[in-house]
Write a protein that binds this ligand. Structure first.
Ligand code: FMN
Length: 198
């Protein structure tokens, strides 16, 4: 079966799923607004419950003050390498949906829907020669405050987008981890008929 990036698919799938991974070594080159908007275009077409499209993205391109503001919201462990990204993005989702009576009702699927949008962005990045590395390590309260996010949104994660650099550009500890990861066997997460996991 297909093997790419030292990852082996046991069943036939498109190569993009094995090619995409989350590196930390980025070149630090600039990304044009046009190239970045194409990634949001891919996210735009993600499916969502009732087509509510609850995802929101706040972005900053390298070389702008916005990039520095976004970088400051990341945990230190992520700032170490994400500082070399070409763009940083904070992913938000709208936690409440409007009803016909005007009251806001909690949305069950906002995070699920926004997860689909982020992955569309990540795949498009890969197709366009970029890499997108998701980050949960973000100071959410700080991000809410400095990015002026309204209360009915949740900070889900952040993303560093960049072009792949040589691993030698990373500090020792990160260099050792700079390789595509493996996965559980399908039998550990997909069950016929009824749940059969741990
Ligand atoms: C929601 C989310 C949060 C993550 N948080 C971090 C993070 O804070 N720092 C980091 O270096 N990587 C982070 N990652 C990257 C994961 O560790 C990585 O996606 C996972 O190990 C699978 O590897 P791959 O993306 O290279 O296939 C995160 C990924 C996702 C999707």
């Amino acid at each position: 079966m297909t093997e790419i990036n030292h990852r082996r698919a046991d069943h036939p799938i498109h190569s993009i799923f094995l090619e995409r991974w989350s590196p930390r070594a980025f070149t630090g080159e600039e990304i044009s607004e046009t190239d970045l908007l194409a990634l949001f275009e891919a996210a735009r077409w993600a499916p969502s419950a009732s087509n509510l499209q609850p995802w929101r993205f706040v972005y900053g391109r390298r070389g702008t003050e916005h990039f520095e503001r976004l970088l400051d919201t990341l945990d230190e462990g992520n700032q170490r390498w994400a500082k070399n990204a070409s763009a940083l993005v904070v992913i938000l989702s709208r936690t409440h949906r409007p009803t016909s009576t005007g009251e806001a009702r909690p949305s069950y699927t906002h995070a699920f829907d926004t997860g689909a949008a982020w992955f569309a962005l990540a795949l498009q990045a890969q197709l366009a020669g970029w890499h997108a590395h998701g980050m949960g390590g973000i100071d959410r309260e700080r991000a809410m405050r400095v990015l002026k996010v309204p209360e009915h949104y949740r900070v889900e994660a952040a993303v560093a987008i960049g072009k792949l650099a040589d691993p030698s550009t990373l500090p020792d500890d990160l260099r050792e981890r700079e390789k595509p990861s493996q996965r559980k066997a399908i039998g550990e997460f997909a069950f016929e008929g009824r749940f059969n996991g741990d």
